[in-house]
Design a protein. Structure first.
Lengths: 243, 328
């Protein structure tokens, strides 16, 4: 069966690219990758880094609050000529003030042009920093990164903490964090497992949807293509996308 | 180009409106749809956009983007300390010779207790507040538009419950404050029936409960607008529109709303050959049915007041005693 399905390229924009090519060079963007426990999308991060036609023009920086550099280096394998740096943020969860994380960890980044940040689970800061709110997390951390250090930010988040009935301060902050992601993102990647459990030839689905960010810069020729793919992770951890 | 006069009047801000409240959800955000209509309909507007949600890109429909987070003093203890710098900046970007539209996207970023301060200080310049003449205030060249995310309501309830401070828990919520003071309320929602990726509202809720956003939403070319207009006379009118922000067309949907037969359609021909009994009635049967005089028809023939129509039957036991008679 697997051999019969035709493999598809990952396409996000109508110009067949994954990363946005705005006519305005200063235009910035936020992508969100949402997953559940069991669908951790390392393969998608690899695909975004390796499959965009212009990827050699970018400088990727991969940061994670849950996986250390050793793990990330083992699993994120850039193809030739793609520039990827790793910044380990696992110990930054001990920080008491989030502004110091930017000052210490990202101090070597001086200009934002061409810089793309892949950041895993920044929402964990909501638990680790006392009385931090979603609003402050965006204002003091993600917005600051976008203002001076990065042109595009790809936020990878685990939506298992999302809840529709709010009972505590933290539950509220996590839930509003995910909602904010939808309001602020240009593109949303939702990685879902199969409703029925497991199948031999399908691992899950990847939905690409428009985010709620302002879209006045998109035109008919250049816009987000909404799509839903099946994906299948092979034993050699290569991944195939198909409809 | 199809243009409804009322909506055109609203978006061009020709009438003096001081506060517009826009309600949106994650499935249909205001920043990706309705906010572009104002500049589109009145190019002479000076649009100042306070980006809380969108703090990176200047939308094409605004003249100035203020990246709010850079101008807010998070540690500020009073309203002045915290937002003074931001309000000063907004004032400096407003053009006295044009009509100014100040968009706050979104108002959830302002603490509940500061909402009124914030709204009022953006709406009036210092001169306005000092001036006592009502006429001058009416000529204010500012309109404030606040975006409120409807999804966020739950926490305000939670805050009320958990807040140990009674004064805060009795304070009205942001939404209550804004709906009561806004002149115009724009409630925007996606058109679910036209979306082929979801079945119905229940299906959407199920997706959202897992935070899976279905495809086909945030569609700027087809969404619903419910417009509530509070007039100076006190009259409140509500209109419904189907909006297209790409072609900038608005279809009045107030009268178009279809009332569907709640009992389904009466066409039973689709059951042909599927039942073992006869569902149909012949022409003669229908006529006989129509001619049956229903028992309650007689009561309606008395022209004044109501009457009890009762025919005494053979087995009925007529009680002559007056049940209300004094027994002594």
């Amino acid at each position: 069966m697997v051999a019969l399905q035709q493999s598809q390229d990952l396409i996000v924009f109508s110009d067949h690219k994954i990363l946005p090519k705005f006519s305005n060079q200063n235009q910035q963007s936020i992508y969100s990758i949402l997953y559940n426990n069991g669908t951790y999308p390392l393969w998608l991060i690899n695909k975004i880094i390796n499959d965009d036609a212009d990827n050699t023009k970018y400088n990727f920086i991969v940061s994670s609050f849950i996986n250390n550099n050793k793990f990330m280096k083992q699993n994120i394998k850039p193809s030739n000529n793609v520039d990827v740096d790793f910044i380990d943020l696992t110990l930054s969860l001990q920080a008491t003030d989030i502004s110091t994380i930017i000052d210490t960890k990202y101090k070597n980044i001086t200009k934002k042009e061409g810089n793309i940040l892949v950041i895993e689970q920044p929402e964990l800061l909501l638990s680790s920093v006392e009385s931090l709110t979603t609003i402050n997390l965006f204002q003091q951390f993600i917005n600051k990164l976008l203002l001076s250090k990065f042109q595009h930010v790809i936020i990878v988040s685990n939506i298992d903490y999302y809840s529709t009935y709010i009972n505590s301060f933290h539950q509220y902050q996590y839930t509003s964090f995910y909602q904010s992601l939808q309001y602020k993102s240009d593109v949303l990647f939702t990685v879902k497992s199969l409703k029925t459990g497991f199948a031999k030839d399908i691992s899950g689905t990847l939905a690409i949807t428009k985010g709620g960010a302002e879209n006045s810069h998109y035109t008919d020729k250049f816009k987000v293509v909404e799509n839903e793919y099946f994906f299948f992770v092979n034993k050699d951890s290569s991944v195939k996308l198909f409809y | 180009m199809l243009k409804n006069y009322q909506v055109f009047q609203l978006f061009s801000l020709k009438e003096n409106t001081s506060l517009i409240l826009t309600l949106d959800t994650i499935l249909q955000t205001a920043s990706a749809s309705i906010l572009s209509e104002f500049k589109q309909n009145n190019q002479s507007l000076n649009v100042v956009y306070l980006g809380f949600d969108n703090a990176v890109n200047k939308p094409l429909y605004c003249d100035f983007l203020i990246k709010c987070f850079a101008f807010i003093d998070v540690s500020g203890k009073t309203f002045e300390d915290k937002y003074g710098k931001l309000i000063e900046l907004v004032n400096s970007k407003c053009d006295n010779n044009k009509h100014n539209l100040i968009i706050v996207d979104n108002i959830n970023n302002i603490e509940n207790e500061y909402i009124l301060n914030f709204v009022n200080s953006l709406n009036n310049t210092q001169d306005d507040m000092i001036s006592s003449s009502a006429e001058e205030n009416n000529n204010s060249n500012r309109t404030l538009l606040t975006v409120y995310h409807k999804d966020n309501v739950d926490f305000e309830k939670y805050q009320e419950i958990s807040s140990s401070n009674l004064a805060i828990s009795l304070f009205p919520t942001t939404l209550q404050l804004l709906t009561s003071s806004a002149n115009i309320i724009l409630d925007i929602n996606p058109v679910i029936t036209d979306n082929k990726f979801v079945d119905d509202e229940e299906d959407v809720d199920e997706h959202l409960s897992k935070f899976h956003i279905p495809r086909g939403f945030n569609n700027s070319s087809n969404y619903q607008l419910e417009l509530t207009h509070k007039r100076k006379s006190g009259r409140v009118t509500t209109f419904k529109f189907i909006m297209d922000s790409e072609k900038h067309e608005y279809i009045d949907n107030t009268k178009v709303v279809k009332v569907e037969n709640p009992f389904g359609n009466n066409d039973i021909s689709e059951f042909d050959g599927m039942t073992t009994f006869n569902l149909k009635s012949t022409e003669k049967q229908k006529q006989a049915k129509d001619n049956v005089e229903l028992p309650f028809m007689e009561a309606q023939q008395f022209s004044s007041g109501g009457a009890i129509v009762y025919e005494f039957e053979k087995d009925d036991d007529y009680d002559e005693e007056d049940p209300y008679e004094d027994p002594f």
